[in-house]
Design a protein around this ligand. Structure first.
Ligand code: CTP
Ligand code: CA
Length: 225
């Protein structure tokens, strides 16, 4: 068993990765989003391309440069990411859902800027967005090896395992975001890789190093199938 991926080891493998946040409009000047920086997804895309993979990176709004050799698709909303991801997923052998997809979108997006009223409170009705990775993992034909991420602040492994099973994933990368050193905007991260059969903790390291370790793990599981 090799413990690293050689330069061309992922040659001829198509990998689709989602990254960054999505952004859900409230009106023409306001939106709902989250603090995802896109760094982990971009690091995975860069590492996979460096190993020779054919990489498509579907990303929400981030300020990162496109890694060398990567095909980038920019989207804004969860619905746009869902459409782009499903189209690419069927053509891919591996799908990695790294995006922090907004769970809900605004039911009625105002066409004009909303004006402040004399009321002390207002209500926004939110509708659930489609679950992109669950739909990819549920593909009945050309289903890729599907890898999710779970950012949790408590019961990290328990919640991640629940997502692995519920979304029918092959692998989930559990991320403890209760510690601000890890995840989101940080350049470093530590994760636990969980599959139906085993669990492996990758200690705190740069997202670049972590990306290589995650890809090696994916490659070993994927090529064993
Ligand atoms: N995900 C997705 N589409 C969504 C929501 C999540 O593809 N609409 C993916 C993420 O990219 C990630 C995994 O699902 O790979 C887990 O995301 P997470 O937000 O942790 O899961 P949720 O099912 O939304 O659960 P939670 O209530 O913890 O937010
Ligand atoms: Ca969520």
């Amino acid at each position: 068993e090799k413990h690293f991926l050689a330069e061309h080891q992922l040659k001829n493998i198509k990998i689709t990765i989602t990254a960054g946040p999505t952004r859900e409009a409230i009106d023409p000047v306001r939106y709902i989003s989250n603090h995802s920086s896109g760094k982990m997804g971009f690091a995975l895309a860069a590492a996979a391309a460096a190993m020779g993979a054919d990489v498509t990176l579907i990303t929400g709004p981030v300020t990162l440069a496109t890694p060398a050799g990567v095909t980038r698709i920019d989207v804004t909303t969860a619905e746009q990411m869902h459409a782009a991801a499903l189209k690419r997923a069927e053509l891919s052998q591996v799908f990695i859902g790294c995006a922090a997809v907004a769970d809900y979108r605004v039911a009625d997006i105002a066409t004009q800027k909303m004006k402040k009223t004399t009321d002390d409170s207002i209500n926004l009705t939110l509708i659930k967005n489609p679950d992109i990775i669950a739909d990819v993992a549920g593909l009945s034909r050309n289903r890729p090896f599907t890898v999710g991420f779970a950012a949790e602040t408590q019961n990290v492994v328990h919640y991640a395992k629940d997502k692995l099973i519920r979304k029918k994933l092959d692998l989930i990368c559990a991320n403890d975001v209760s510690n601000s050193e890890l995840g989101f905007n940080s350049d470093n991260n530590a994760i636990t890789l969980i599959s139906a059969v085993d669990e492996k903790t990758l200690p705190l390291q740069s997202k670049t190093e972590l990306a290589k370790a995650i890809l090696l793990h994916i490659y070993l599981q994927f090529s064993a199938k």
